[in-house]
Design a protein around this ligand. Structure first.
Ligand SMILES: [Fe+2]
Ligand SMILES: [Fe+2]
Length: 272
């Protein structure tokens, strides 16, 4: 089991967010903002899934998972709270969060369904966040340096996503979840996640008035498909999930440990 520390980040979320906080780049800003918009509803769902999955375990299994589940819920709750503040600033900039309502509507379909479906969906999403986190921790300069507070927020969130990437996966296995359903959900979540990200990014650019600028599309092409492109560098780790013997632990998380060790002055462990 992983020892998960809940950390209070020492950043000021009261100060407003600049329109193009990410390296002055409209596309990258819109993409990160879109992801931030998905977190309050998404991370609430992950917490509910993991809590309900934990309750469905046998008592002796619960003992094994108790500390890790607590840490997972504590970390996601902290992410959720800071991203809700972040999103409040985006609203004041005139951006509209359409992802949240769409996700809430979709989640209604899961009510009353076997908890293993919830946990499989969470594990698939957590794989996405873990590979995106690793990408970001290896390429922190892509966040620019215009707003060091947001750079810290994204890298801290990334470090913790990488740190707790096994929780939902292990819980799914402990609940007797099958490989077939794990794969089925990953395929569905891939489509949903990519479409939602695309739709919200486009909407953010539209509301920002930068959707039809040549510089936006040039940035999108290089940031997604260039030499250090997001799609190019995350394709292989994404595909690994489909292997029967896959476990999130097989993917390196040293960049997360390194960031946490080197930035210990930017957070306070809670309850320590
Ligand atoms: Fe998170
Ligand atoms: Fe997570």
């Amino acid at each position: 089991m992983t020892d998960l520390v809940v950390r209070r980040l020492l950043i000021d979320m009261d100060a407003p967010i600049a329109r193009h906080w990410c390296a002055g780049d409209a596309f990258r800003t819109a993409l990160f903002n879109a992801l931030s918009m998905s977190f309050p509803v998404g991370e609430q769902f992950f917490m509910d899934s993991v809590r309900n999955g934990f309750k469905a375990l046998l008592p002796e299994q619960q003992e094994q998972f108790r500390g890790e589940v607590q840490g997972f819920v504590g970390q996601e709750a902290t992410h959720r709270r800071l991203h809700a503040l972040y999103n409040g600033h985006l609203e004041r900039l005139g951006l509209v969060n359409a992802w949240d309502a769409r996700a809430r509507e979709r989640l209604k379909m899961l009510e009353g369904q076997d908890v293993r479906h919830w946990v499989a969906i969470t594990a698939a999403n957590e794989h996405f966040t873990a590979i995106l986190a690793d990408f970001l921790l290896h390429n922190p300069d892509l966040l620019g340096n215009e707003d060091p507070r947001l750079v810290t927020l994204w890298l801290w969130h990334s470090a913790e996503e990488s740190e707790h990437k096994c929780t939902a996966f292990d819980l799914y296995q402990a609940l007797g979840g099958t490989h077939e359903w794990r794969i089925k959900w990953m395929k569905r979540i891939t489509t949903i996640f990519l479409l939602d990200t695309l739709r919200q990014t486009v909407l953010n650019l539209k509301n920002d008035g930068t959707l039809w600028k040549w510089s936006t599309w040039r940035s999108a092409a290089s940031y997604l498909f260039g030499k250090r492109g997001l799609v190019r560098l995350t394709y292989r780790p994404w595909r690994d999930y489909f292997r029967r013997d896959f476990h999130p632990r097989q993917q390196d998380s040293s960049s997360s440990q390194r960031w946490l060790a080197e930035h210990a002055n930017q957070y306070v462990p809670v309850g320590a």
